[in-house]
Design a protein around this ligand. Structure first.
Ligand SMILES: [Zn+2]
Length: 459
């Protein structure tokens, strides 16, 4: 197995060198009761660069930066979904020219591995970075730093795991509330408020009175606002149905051109499996280049042989299955236009948030144990608890008529994860608007887009 891993690393390294300054080496192995993966990010260029640590292993086991599959079936990511403040200088890791930074992650903290067998670990998040020169220019003008480049690594590692019952499992949520201050709010009525953070209660009350209005407004007004945050190109083809479900991976970098074209067929069909994604080849750049055909053609069959050009590796591997897996949402039928489907998804997320906070007993745990710098709060899909992080205390309580970070918006962001099963593809107003313009299917799955839309539409 080690030989195979080494071989994969060599192949990956050889290919990555051609694709830009940043490359990733990945290795996974069992370490007693854990499965440990090491990620080494190397700057092969001549200039220092800054890698955004958000949603990477450099931040810790706090985002689905990998997928883990057993015989083609992806395991559910059981880690946190956080609200991260728009990145500042501190959100980036410096990688000097010809040097590397690395991180080791116990992936048993974010996946429950209960069955013996052959597993595939795949890198699944685009790496966003900028050059040292760009960093100097940007930080001179602005606190918020925007990465200029994006690359989606293609690395995957296979490993056989047995005696998996004895492996560590992800932390249970109730282990995180011990000795913590907890605010409980049942059906929008505060039941515990002694010593609690009054601003969180205030922000939550606003959420209670506003979310249903925002849900209604999606159809009736704010058309400009809806387009700005969810689909800035309304004629965009039905390339990726909005119904891929909460576990659909972010399979293209934020700069991936959305031009699969309207010919991609309204029924995206069984080809867009759960493992579709990091196999775009190491040359997956902001532009597919001259080899990338602007559309996949009308007969985009179940074999999904996209013409990504000679650099596209046909490495769907043993775990590329012709089905969406158990987490795939309701099928996006051919009779529903993509816009209609997206709008329904947006309404559905707001409806679920509204129903969740109105009918359930929700908790806010103050200073959650997993909190990181630059986090406002975090939660889990399907949870009724949101963990508030110290970083949130510096921000205003309520939404304003701009895109400034605030508590009320962060709570909406978190409940959109917990009740609406959204993910995090991008953070901050600029990146979120870009999603709406270039990847509307990701925009309607991205928690920050809901946050901005919510705050702006109640003003
Ligand atoms: Zn989030």
């Amino acid at each position: 197995m080690k030989i195979i891993v080494l071989f994969l690393l060599l192949v990956a390294y050889a290919m990555a060198v051609q694709s830009g300054p940043l490359s990733l080496d990945m290795a996974c192995d069992r370490a007693f009761s854990a499965v440990l993966c090491t990620f080494e990010f190397t700057n092969n260029g001549r200039e220092d660069l800054y890698l955004l640590t958000y949603n990477t292993p450099l931040e810790g086991p706090y985002s689905p930066f990998i997928t883990l599959s057993l015989k083609g079936k992806p395991l559910q990511y059981e880690g946190v979904f956080a609200s991260r403040t728009p990145p500042t200088r501190e959100g980036f890791a410096l990688i000097k020219a010809r040097q590397s930074v690395s991180a080791s992650i116990q992936i048993t903290e974010i996946f429950s591995i209960n069955r013996d067998g052959h597993y595939t670990v795949r890198y699944a998040q685009p790496l966003q970075y900028l050059s040292a020169n760009e960093m100097r220019q940007q930080s001179y003008f602005d606190d918020v730093i925007e990465a200029s480049q994006s690359v989606l690594p293609t690395q995957s590692v296979n490993l056989y795991l047995d005696k998996t019952r004895s492996l560590d499992k992800p932390m249970k949520q109730d282990e995180q509330t011990a000795r913590k201050e907890v605010i409980t709010i049942t059906a929008c009525r505060t039941t515990v408020s002694v010593g609690s953070d009054a601003s969180i209660v205030e922000a939550h009350k606003k959420l209670c009175s506003h979310v249903h209005k925002v849900e209604d407004a999606v159809d009736k007004k704010n058309k400009t606002l809806y387009r700005e945050w969810f689909e800035a190109r309304p004629t965009h083809g039905p390339d990726h149905g909005p119904d891929h479900g909460p576990d659909h991976k972010p399979d293209h970098g934020p700069d991936h051109k959305p031009d699969h074209g309207p010919d991609h067929g309204p029924d995206h069909g069984p080809d867009h499996g759960p493992d579709h994604g990091p196999d775009h080849g190491p040359d997956h750049k902001p532009d597919h280049g001259p080899d990338h055909k602007p559309d996949h053609g009308p007969d985009h069959g179940p074999d999904h042989k996209p013409d990504h050009g000679p650099d596209h590796k046909p490495d769907h591997g043993p775990d590329h299955e012709p089905n969406h897996g158990p987490h795939h949402g309701p099928h996006h039928g051919p009779n529903h236009g993509p816009n209609h489907g997206r709008k329904n998804k947006v309404k559905d997320v707001f409806r679920k948030v509204n129903t969740g906070i109105r009918t359930k007993s929700v908790k806010y745990v103050i200073n959650g144990v997993n909190c990181q710098p630059n986090w406002g709060a975090y939660t889990y899909k399907g949870s009724t608890t949101t963990y508030i992080c110290p970083g949130l205390s510096n921000f205003p309580t309520l939404c304003s008529d701009d895109t400034k970070y605030n508590k009320e918006g962060v709570l909406l962001h978190e409940w959109s994860h917990a009740f609406g099963h959204t993910s995090d593809h991008a953070y901050g107003p600029r990146e979120s608007r870009k999603l709406a313009k270039n990847y509307p299917d990701k925009a309607v799955d991205n928690a920050d887009n809901y946050m901005y839309y919510y705050c702006l539409s109640i003003h």
